[in-house]
Write a protein that binds this ligand. Structure first.
Ligand code: HEM
Length: 162
């Protein structure tokens, strides 16, 4: 099945049609999307600033990540569900927008950065949990994460202007 056919099939689903046809559903879903991404990006930024050694310097990286990661993941799932519903309502249009494509690429890169960090620097976190500044691998991961997530938000907001 060609991509365009798949996107048209997604858009033709009863759920997508209901969202597209309602003056109420899309705004409510977008409000939940915004609330979810505020918590996703907010909790990630807190950890990134700690990894850079510029915030929460009195708290260990392990303690902070234990406090925040549960919220990050729960709200990420909520952002994924609400984003997918909005996407489905006009899949053929959104898929063709540079801002949407850019957002998905940046989301994937942010995920890769997190995987590289967890497979690398984070494995020895017990040794540098309260160290200031944290080791270069942690600081690079924090800086990259902040940059990529800022890009996701910029692209996400720009979608609405296209
Ligand atoms: C946690 C990751 C995500 C972040 C940080 C994010 C960020 C954003 C932001 C900032 C907006 C603009 C909201 C506004 O000001 O009204 C937005 C809208 C949107 N997002 Fe996301 N998003 C995420 C995940 C997703 C996913 C996974 C999808 C789709 C598969 C998606 C699809 C959309 C769509 C379709 C819009 C609506 C654009 C419009 O106004 O027409 N988002 N997102």
């Amino acid at each position: 099945m060609a991509l365009q056919d798949l996107l048209a099939a997604i858009e033709a689903t009863p759920v997508a049609q209901a969202i597209a046809g309602s003056a109420f559903l899309f705004p409510v879903i977008e409000v939940v999307h915004v609330a979810a991404i505020v918590l996703v990006v907010g909790t990630i930024a807190m950890l990134d600033l700690r990894l850079l050694g510029v915030a929460r310097r009195d708290q260990g990286v392990l303690d902070l990540s234990r406090e925040t990661l549960m919220w990050t993941w729960a709200c990420f799932v909520l952002a994924l569900v609400t984003g997918s519903l909005m996407f489905a309502s006009a899949a053929t249009r959104y898929a063709g927008l540079w801002a949407f494509q850019g957002k998905i690429v940046l989301l994937a890169l942010a995920g890769c950065n997190m995987l590289v960090f967890h497979a690398g620097a984070y494995r020895s976190v017990a040794a540098w949990n309260t160290q200031l500044p944290p080791p270069p691998g942690a600081r690079i991961a924090g800086a990259l994460s902040l940059t990529l997530w800022t890009g996701v938000v910029i692209c996400g907001r720009w979608i609405g202007f296209l």
